[in-house]
Write a protein that binds this ligand. Structure first.
Ligand SMILES: *Cc1c(COP(=O)(O)O)cnc(C)c1O
Length: 349
């Protein structure tokens, strides 16, 4: 834990000084009322006629105990992508600041850096797709505000070695983001459980993968109440719509269903991996703690096109650094995985 951590030094001065938009419901909040004539809403078409709760308090109250955090440590956004963009908008001065990230990793960290005119400094993982804290820290300078980590990492699938991640968090005087989009599929203890107690840590989660809800766009960031407060100040007031909030409340009422899905995917992963390993086209199968696997094959481009012709789409990662010859394959249903395996067994080099 850092004693010399000073958040005000890291935040963009205009954001630190920002007075956020105050919506009608903010001003009235906490009092009892039954006639709402304050927001120019229509009185018809209940319930979507009303603006949604800007801070999604009901949803956070339900989510917090499940995630092992307090509601003040939760930000909800329009996918994790919103949280990723907010990290830049809160901390990084365009044209001045920079960020460091592991490479290869999830593409949105770079896209959002480019959009926000922030220099992106990729640091190559080793042959086992592991980071070196020393190398990551060596890539920083006085304008580095953020280090991006992702565990289990996309597209490689592996957990990052925890000791290296901890070293980065301990020694870096800026913000460390750890994207745990796939942590439900991993046996590693989620870092999310420490968010709020480590002043420079932001952890990302999403409803898009294990929670099987990519279509509704709901992402989560966990951090200290202070950093979450900054996100809330900068975000669009009604960033999570009423339909999504209602949907998420329903989903969270049946978490047994979600746990069953995750267990099935993990079980199916255990079947798929050895079957892929036996294929003649398989040159290397990388260890995975996610709901996908990276496989190095004899001819990635050709096999990718062959599969597409048979109606099976995987992700071609052939042109990604350290992933030459690789396809990224998501674990599907037993039937879908059998269709994939059947096609690959019939492939003629
Ligand atoms: C899929 C994925 C996400 C999810 O993003 P959403 O915007 O929440 O759908 C986030 N991070 C990583 C690394 C991912 O692979």
């Amino acid at each position: 834990m850092q004693n010399d951590f000073d958040l005000s030094r890291l935040v963009r001065p205009n954001i630190w000084a920002l007075t956020p938009y105050s919506c009608a419901r903010d001003e009235f909040k906490g009092m009892d009322a039954h006639v709402f004539l304050d927001a120019n809403e229509s009185p018809y078409n209940d319930p979507v006629n009303r603006y949604p709760d800007p801070l999604q308090e009901e949803l956070k109250a339900r989510l917090a105990p499940m995630k092992g955090v307090r509601p003040e440590q939760i930000f909800l956004g329009n996918g994790s992508d919103e949280a990723i963009d907010l990290v830049y908008r809160v901390f990084c001065r365009p044209g001045i600041d920079n960020v460091v990230a592991i490479e290869p990793t999830y593409g949105m960290y770079r896209v959002c850096a480019d959009v926000n005119d922030v220099e992106y400094r990729p640091v190559l993982l080793d042959d086992h797709f592991q980071p070196s804290a020393e190398k990551l820290l060596a890539a920083t300078d006085e304008h580095t505000k953020v280090i991006w980590l992702c565990s289990p990492n996309n597209p490689t699938g592996n957990d990052l070695v925890r000791e290296e991640v901890e070293k980065v968090i301990r020694h870096f005087r800026g913000i460390v983001v750890v994207d745990e989009a796939y942590s439900d599929f991993s046996d590693q203890l989620p870092l999310r459980l420490f968010a709020g107690r480590i002043p420079n840590l932001i952890v990302l989660n999403t409803f898009s993968k294990a929670w099987a809800s990519a279509g509704v766009r709901l992402g989560i960031a966990f951090s200290t109440a202070e950093i979450i407060g900054l996100f809330n100040k900068v975000k669009y007031p009604y960033n999570v719509n009423r339909l999504t909030q209602d949907y998420a409340m329903q989903l969270l009422a049946d978490t047994v269903k979600v746990e069953r899905w995750v267990a099935q995917i993990r079980q199916e992963r255990d079947h798929l991996l050895p079957a892929l390993h036996e294929l003649p086209i398989c040159q290397q199968l990388y260890p995975t703690a996610a709901n996908f696997v990276l496989i190095r094959v004899s001819d990635a481009d050709r096999i990718y096109r062959y599969l597409v012709e048979r109606g099976v789409v995987v992700r071609n990662r052939n042109r990604v650094q350290l992933c030459a010859g690789c396809l990224r394959i998501t674990v599907g249903t037993p039937q879908e995985n059998n269709e994939l395996l059947g096609a690959l067994r019939q492939y003629k080099p």
